[in-house]
Each structure stands twice: as C-alpha cells, then as structure tokens.
Design a protein around this ligand. Structure first.
Ligand SMILES: Nc1ncnc2c1ncn2[C@@H]1O[C@H](COP(=O)(O)OP(=O)(O)OP(=O)(O)O)[C@@H](O)[C@H]1O
Length: 715
C-alpha cells in the first residue's frame, strides 16, 4: 500500500554531435596572392568565436528532467536542472578571480553573495516584491504543515479500519469517510499550495535576474576595448548566462529547499518526540545528520569527475569546431586522420570521466539508501515492538513510516542542490566580479562637450603609446591634420596606423603627450561628444546578424528609409541590394558571413555616410573592392568630403586611393618619417617613393587600372 513509484529519466547528449553548418570563404590579396590581413583576422575571430560558442555547450551528467510521481524509497537522484543550464561545471578561468582563495575567504565571498541576494528578496521600498515573498513563504509553510498532517489521517484511517466489519457492520464510508476526505483534501492542498508558491515567486526571481543581467550588460558595454580584446566573448556571455541562472537557483534553493527541508525535519522530529518519545526523534535527527554529511562529502569528492568530463567535452568541441572551420586546411594537407585521432582522444577522455561520474553516482545512491533504509528499518522495528507490547497501534506504525518517508523527497535532491548551490555561487561570483572591473578610459569630472570651432583640426603632440610597456608603438609622434582636409597615413604593416585612429576615438588613452581637436585636449571633453563627432570605417567591418537595412541604419537609428537608400547609393551598393531577392530585407548572416567582403565594406561606408559626422576615419575601407568599384566609391566619398568640408583621415596600403590627399604622413618606427603631398613625397625619393614605385610596377601591368587612375588624376 505504501509503495509508490519514483522515476527519474536521464537524457544524456553528446553536445558536439549536433549538425554544424560552417561557411568559409577565402579572399585573396591581389598584391601578394595570399589571404588578405583582414580576411585572416576575420577568419581568426570567426574561428575563436565558434570555438567559444561550442565550449559553452557542455554536457551535464545530471538528469535534464527528473519526474517525481510518488515516493517509494529514498533513492538518490540528481536534482532536476533547467534544460539550458548544461555548462555548469566548465571552468570560467577567463573571468574568475585569478588567485585561488582559501576556504575561509571563499565562505566570506559566498556569504556576501547571499547577502546581496537577500537584497533582491527584500528590496527597499518595493512593497510588491515584499508581498510576493511573504505570500510565497506563507504558502510554503502552509504546504509543509498540510504535508505533515497527511500521515495523521493515514494513521487514523488504518486504525479505524482495524475492526471486524462482519460483526460490527458499516462501510468504509461510515467508518472512515471523513478521514478519507481529509486525507485527499490535505494532499491536494499541499500540492496546490506548492504550485501557487512557485507561481507567486516566479516574478521575484525573474525581476532579480533582469536587474542583474541588465546592469552587467550595461557595464560590459562601458568597458574598454582592451578588456573586450583580451577576454573571450564566449566566456563573457557564458558568465552572464550562468550567473543569471545561478541567481534564480540560489534564490529558489535558499527559500524553497534549504529552509523548507529544515522546517519539515524539525516538524517531523517534534511530532515524533511528542507522540512516540525522544528515541524516534533522535534516530530521525541522527539519520538526517549522517545522510547530509555523507551526501555533501561524496558530492564534493565526485565533483572532480564532472569537471573532468566537462573539460574533455570542451576539448572535443574545440577540436571538432576548429577542424570543421578549417575544413579547407585539413583537406589541403591531407590531415583527416590526424584530426579524427585528436577528436577521438577527447572522446576517450570524456568516456572515461563519464564512467566515473556514473559509478560514483551509484556509490552515492547506495550510501544514501543504506543510511536511510537502515534508520527506517530501526524505527519500524521500534514501532512494531510498540504494537506488540500494546503501546502503539498499527496506524502508529504506518504513520511513523510515512512521516519519515516524506523526508526522503527533499533529501533525495540534497546532493545535487548542494553541488548546484556551490556552482551557482561560483557563477555569481564571476558575474559580480565582472561588475567590479574598472573602466580605464575615464572622463574628467564635469567634462565639456567637444566644440568644433575650427572645423575639426586634429593635432598630435609628442604622443607616446604602446599596448605593452616593453613595446612602444608610437614614440613622440607629432603631426597636425588641418581642418576640412583629406589626410592619409601610410607606412609598413604594423607601424601603428590603426592605433592612431584608436587613440583619436579614445578606445585607448595616450601614455605620453596629448591629442587636440580644435585646440581641446580629447581627454578633457566628454566621451559621448567626442565619439559623436567621429565616424569610423574600421578594417574589419562589424555587422550584425540582421537585415542590410538594419546594418546601414545602425549609423543613425532614426534615419528614414530614403536616407538609408541614399547612403547606400553613395557607397555604390544600392543597385546591388535592389537586385537581391529580398532587397534591403536580406539577412547578412552572422558577422556578415553571407555577403562578400567588398559588400561588407560598402555597407560600412553607407553606415558612416548616414551618420555623417564632422570627422571621418577610413581604415583600409575599400581594400576588398575591385578596382572599378573602389574608384567609384572613392570618387563619391571625395565629393562628399569636399562638399561638406569634412576632416578625413585615411589609412591605406593601396596608395592610389590616397595619392590625391592634401597631406600624406608616412609613419615609420613610431614617428612621422615623411610628410607632404604626393608629388612632394615622390620628389623626396624616400619611403613613400619606394612604396609608390613598387605599386606602380604592379599598376603598370593593369591597363584598366592605369586608365582609371589617369581619369582620376585629371578629375
Ligand atoms: N590590442 C593590441 N594588443 C597588443 N598589440 C596590439 C594590439 N593591437 C595592435 N597591436 C600591435 O600593435 C602594432 C600596431 O598595430 P596597428 O594595427 O596600429 O598597425 P597598422 O599599422 O595599422 O598595421 P596594418 O597596416 O597591418 O593594418 C602591431 O604590431 C600590432 O600587432
């Protein structure tokens, strides 16, 4: 009669067995015949991001879904986990605090996080949330009280049925009807209150998640470029994802698991002591202590197997994604077997670790069963003894059994709740640490907005800068870019051309010297006004996985569709977009993978033209375009610059795109080595003249290009 079914279903998934569609394109640099720098960089970024994404897909040995119908025996089951919470044990090494901390310090950190969470449970001035939390607690206590009443009705039913129906007469209804109704109503009440409690509390947890996630995301966007370049994007999103899920878990487990389990154990011990004496309660309390200690110790021990499995899983995913992204490279070098072996090595490690996870789970379950069943048997013996000596009824025996049995439900999940709680605290620590990262590019107190009083003259005064202290990139660089002029910066690869643009945009701050715009130190003006005044077409076009229209409009969110089309026309991409089946609604794919490099660059130019800022920076903005398109785009840009008298700064390797600049700065070894107009620099017969003649040789082999250049020179 007491036997009920407890079922658990475990869904294991090999995460990297999912189909993976990867599109790889190679663009070749016309000059060198090797993939262009921007392509290589893009490919590297793509590969890195794909790898990180795959790393986020980590399996969990815990069951994805555990269905509890009714309880028959204290069988250990891993806690039901939110389906998406599958990467819980993967190391957050990229964001977590680098130094390992002692247990004592860790406890302090954990307590601080819990205190922080209490603020979300009981927020100052938020009566609605307080009301919900109080109601949820009320429902919880009511459900638990009803729950411990069920065995009482059960006992009374058993005792009242213990008569000779033949001689006394009557039916089950006349003898125990009211008890049966009370039994049913109490059980239903306990279940309904529990569900109501979940429903009432849902918005508290979700509100907390939203607040924390929004604050962290806003902080991430405020952080410096350097932070983002040195961190793995996948790691950041993983931290955000796990941290916010950790909040939900911590809040619910604090309120609905730990507290109610303690409440229920206390109630049961109290009832047992009151009804049957302290010996029953002592066994129950002792069992709970032994059970909890065994579960926590064993769970801590077996966590390392889960970590190993996750690490092997990460490794497998990394190898698989890396190999598939570099499919062409694998084929070119016939390395299929090598890659399969690498993949299989990770699979083998995963297999070994997973076996340990399963066997250690069996040990945990067995130990829990032995402790629980041993105690239950002892109590049954004591109760049976009571029945034999006439101090207890059969109903008492049943009640003792059921009271203790009911405790097995929360205890079943103790192991996984403990493990998850630890992981949630770790994830949340990572999340809160992110919020503590400082912004290094800061504004002065009460900054003035940038005022372009002279039309946008840019002056570098003895600027020193290096990404690493031991490798200076710019060494006392001084130069003046006159307002309203087209200026170019050229020089060997890696000499710091793009760095100059990053310093102007204040993605980094100079380490020595100053940069002025119209006489104002850029450190003294507000970041918002500075960045508002500058438009950049970067080397690697950042595109969103959205429509072409959205990507162009990103330059000015409130632009009309006509403005978007006008900008596209000027960037020589409108006709092409119009010919696409979905026109401006065409999706460009992740990071613009579904369109060509030249199309991406023209979208970036359109976006900049739509923003129409007073200062324009082009960092190899047309390097992926064919000669004809490049000439046309440049002509359009030049006419806009002249017409609107914009200050513009071009970084270019293809000198024919900048030879008509008002000033050309030639950078070498962190300083300006030469400067002047194209003819002046040719006269100098220095580095620029060398570069030009090297490129002219190439140009000489291209009659069409020559024709275009001649035309442009004439115009
Ligand atoms: N975030 C960074 N951290 C460390 N070093 C960097 C970083 N960004 C660039 N560098 C290094 O600084 C140097 C200058 O980089 P920059 O991008 O300014 O060169 P560039 O002249 O624009 O090169 P290219 O013509 O190839 O685009 C390079 O050696 C580059 O490797």
């Amino acid at each position: 009669m007491l036997c009920r079914g407890f079922q658990s279903r475990i869904c294991a998934q090999q995460p990297w067995s999912r189909p993976c569609a990867i599109v790889a394109r190679t663009r070749w640099s016309p000059q060198s015949g090797v993939p262009s720098r921007s392509f290589r960089w893009n490919a590297f970024q793509r590969q890195r991001q794909e790898t990180e994404k795959a790393q986020a897909r980590v399996p969990d040995d815990a069951p994805v879904k555990v269905e509890v119908t009714e309880v028959s025996r204290p069988e250990s089951a891993e806690k039901p986990q939110p389906a998406s919470r599958n990467a819980n044990a993967a190391p957050n090494a990229d964001i977590q605090s680098e130094k390992s901390i002692s247990n004592k310090e860790q406890r302090k950190v954990d307590l601080a996080i819990m205190r922080e969470m209490v603020r979300y449970l009981w927020p100052k001035g938020d009566l609605g949330t307080k009301f919900r939390v109080s109601s949820a607690l009320g429902l919880l206590v009511a459900a638990k009280v009803l729950n411990v009443n069920v065995p009482f009705y059960f006992k009374n039913i058993v005792d009242s049925m213990n008569i000779d129906f033949m001689s006394v007469g009557g039916t089950a209804w006349t003898v125990a009807g009211s008890m049966l109704i009370a039994y049913g109503v109490t059980r239903i009440g306990a279940a309904v209150f529990t569900e109501l409690r979940n429903a009432v509390f849902a918005s508290v947890a979700q509100k907390a998640i939203r607040n924390v996630a929004r604050n962290v995301f806003a902080h991430l966007l405020r952080l410096d470029l350097n932070f983002h370049l040195s961190r793995q994007t996948g790691g950041l999103t993983r931290a955000l994802d796990r941290g916010t899920k950790g909040i939900s878990f911590l809040l619910t487990s604090m309120l609905f698991h730990i507290f109610p389990t303690i409440l229920e154990i206390s109630l049961v011990c109290g009832i047992l002591t009151y009804n049957y004496g302290a010996s029953f309660a002592a066994i129950t309390a002792g069992t709970m202590v032994a059970y909890s200690a065994f579960t926590i110790t064993t769970t801590s021990w077996r966590t390392k197997f889960r970590r190993q499995a996750n690490a092997a899983d990460n490794q497998g995913a990394t190898v698989a994604v890396d190999t598939l992204i570099n499919y062409e490279a694998v084929k070119y070098f016939n390395n299929e077997k090598y890659e399969v072996d690498r993949y299989d090595k990770a699979l083998k490690q995963y297999e070994d670790a997973s076996i340990k996870v399963t066997t250690s789970l069996a040990l945990l379950n067995s130990g829990q069963n032995i402790i629980f069943s041993g105690a239950l048997a002892a109590m049954m013996y004591m109760a049976a003894n009571g029945v034999a000596t006439g101090t207890l009824t059969v109903g008492d025996l049943v009640m003792v059994n059921q009271l203790v049995f009911q405790l097995s439900v929360p205890l079943n999940f103790l192991g996984s709740v403990y493990r998850e709680l630890r992981q949630s605290l770790l994830d949340m620590e990572t999340l809160f640490n992110l919020q503590k990262v400082n912004v290094t590019v800061k504004e002065v107190a009460n900054p003035r907005p940038l005022a372009l009083t002279k039309g946008g003259e840019i002056r570098f005064e003895n600027v020193q800068f290096g990404y690493n202290t031991n490798r200076p990139i710019l060494k006392n660089l001084s130069m003046t870019i006159p307002a309203g002029k087209k200026v170019a910066i050229v020089g060997p690869s890696g000499c710091g051309k793009s760095t100059i643009l990053r310093l102007l945009f204040r993605s980094y701050d100079v380490q020595g010297g100053k940069i002025f715009i119209d006489g104002q130190d850029i450190k003294e003006v507000s970041l918002d006004s500075l960045r508002q005044s500058i438009g950049v077409v970067p080397q690697d076009t950042p595109l969103f996985n959205a429509t072409i229209e959205h990507n162009i409009r990103y330059g000015r969110i409130d632009a009309s569709p006509e403005d978007v089309r006008k900008a596209a026309q000027r960037a020589q991409i409108h006709d092409h977009i119009s010919r696409l089946p979905e026109g401006y609604d065409t999706k460009v794919g992740e990071r613009g993978l579904m369109i060509s490099g030249g199309e991406k660059q023209r979208l970036a130019v359109s976006r900049l033209l739509l923003k129409d800022p007073p200062l324009l920076f082009f960092d190899e903005a047309t390097s992926a375009l064919d000669t004809y398109t490049e000439q046309t785009v440049m002509q359009n840009i030049n006419s806009i610059l002249k017409e609107k008298k914009r200050t513009s700064l071009f970084v270019a390797h293809r000198l024919r795109t900048i030879f008509d600049s008002d000033i050309i700065f030639v950078l070498r070894d962190g300083v300006v080595a030469e400067q002047g107009t194209h003819p002046e620099l040719l006269e100098l017969k220095g580095l620029y003249a060398e570069l030009w003649s090297a490129q002219e040789v190439t140009l000489g082999q291209d009659p069409e290009l020559e024709r275009n250049l001649d035309e442009e020179r004439r115009s």
